[in-house]
Design a protein around this ligand. Structure first.
Ligand code: AMP
Length: 396
């Protein structure tokens, strides 16, 4: 039976959406509203390969969703067929360890978690409230980026700071991109034709944001993002790990406020910060090839950090069956995969160079047949994963 689910991902000034039929995993529609609250709001709605554009100013998420409903009325498919709405909720804190059907209590708890994710949770709540009033007759489900990492052991999620302060302010590692890490790691077990709970693996989600996870027998035991999505790997515009003393130092020496340091580390760092240019890996590759030394250093720092994390997770897991690359950079950039695997060859990562260079949208193995560690590329599909999780909640 067709089971269309509307999946919504609300940012501060944008709404991304898809309608996915979980039955056959087909995408029935997708769209994007951009620049909510600005004079030049636009909506793009794609059905059957055709993209329709609507330009109309909308003041807030409620009006933006009304515009989305109009796009469905004009271009299809019928929203009345949708059986549920799945919402991306970035931070579930310690309250949500799994996807949950949304009611007033859930919205209240999400609001309480807003200080932990000030950029992400408030727009998600605005989107949820708008969607629930626009589509009141179907169940709404929140799917959390943090949920897959609820299983981290205390020694992995605890920061070594004053325990009372940590408790009072819920300071701990939460981890993010969990929907992607779960989806990809499950696909890996399918591809290896082994039970999920028997595979020890590392997943590298390398997109504009980037994170890595260590998964023992289907249970996440460590991940690189922390209290916030700033910790860990070098990213497009985010620094990842820095000395925690940096804040005090810049405050003293550069007179920077906490807000300025936060913006520096989130928006003016990573690949963009190191190169003084774009955060896009295609641009980085072009600049490296042209002999640009800043670009080369940025690339080397990125690879060094990634290799350090993989080595650390290898030690934590005591060996792995598979490592997988996913998201924009992980799926498309064969040079990054080659740089990483070359350094790890002595530890059993034997890359098949030819397989690595083939471009494809399909999940694939790129290791040599006798490689002790299987190396894979698995395209992530967070929307499909969210649609599946949503269906699971409403069917329970
Ligand atoms: P995501 O956040 O998963 O959408 O990934 C975005 C990142 O993927 C950006 O840094 C893009 O430059 C990178 N990316 C997308 N396509 C390619 C490609 N063909 N080669 C290298 N990087 C790519």
């Amino acid at each position: 039976m067709p089971t269309p689910i509307l999946v919504l991902n609300c940012g501060s000034s944008s709404i991304k959406y898809q309608v996915i039929d979980v039955e056959d995993e087909s995408r029935l529609a997708s769209g994007l509203v951009q620049k909510i609250g600005l004079p030049d709001t636009s909506l793009e709605h794609t059905v059957d390969g055709t993209t329709n554009r609507m330009d109309q100013m909308v003041a807030d998420h409620k009006q933006a969703l009304e515009l989305v409903v109009r796009a469905f009325e004009m271009y299809g498919p019928a929203l009345s067929d949708v059986v549920a709405v799945g919402h991306r909720a970035v931070h579930g804190g310690q309250s949500f360890r799994a996807p949950v059907r949304i009611d007033d209590d859930v919205i209240e708890k999400l609001s309480e978690l807003s200080p932990l994710a000030p950029l992400h949770n408030p727009p998600a709540i605005a989107g949820i409230e708008a969607a629930m009033s626009t589509l009141p007759d179907v169940p709404h489900v929140a799917v959390f980026d943090t949920a897959f990492f609820a299983t981290l052991p205390a020694e992995a999620y605890t920061y070594a700071i004053d325990a009372e302060i940590a408790k009072k302010y819920a300071v701990r590692k939460y981890g993010f991109h969990g929907t992607s890490h779960k989806y990809v790691s499950e696909r890996v077990a399918e591809l290896l034709e082994r039970p999920y709970d028997e595979v020890d693996q590392i997943v590298c989600h390398l997109g504009n944001g980037a994170s890595i996870s260590a998964i023992r027998g289907g249970v996440a035991v460590d991940t690189s993002m922390g209290l916030t999505p700033l910790q860990g790997l070098v990213m497009g515009t985010r620094s990842g790990d820095v000395d925690p003393g940096l804040h005090a130092y810049l405050s003293r020496e550069a007179g920077m406020s906490v807000g300025e340091i936060d913006r520096l580390l989130n928006s003016r760092s990573g690949i963009a910060g190191l190169t003084g240019g774009s955060s896009d890996f295609r641009d980085l590759g072009t600049r490296v090839e042209a002999g640009d030394s800043a670009a080369k250093l940025a690339y080397d720092v990125y690879i060094h950090r990634l290799v350090s994390y993989i080595g650390s997770y290898l030690a934590i897991l005591g060996g792995i069956d598979a490592i997988t690359f996913t998201a924009g950079v992980g799926e498309n950039d064969d040079a990054v995969r080659e740089s990483v695997c070359d350094r790890l060859a002595p530890l059993g990562f034997l890359l098949d160079d030819e397989a690595n260079r083939i471009r494809s949208k399909e999940p694939r193995r790129i290791s040599q047949p006798d490689s002790p560690v299987q190396i894979l590329v698995v395209p992530t599909n967070e929307e499909l994963a969210m649609a599946r999780e949503t269906l699971k909640v409403i069917s329970a």
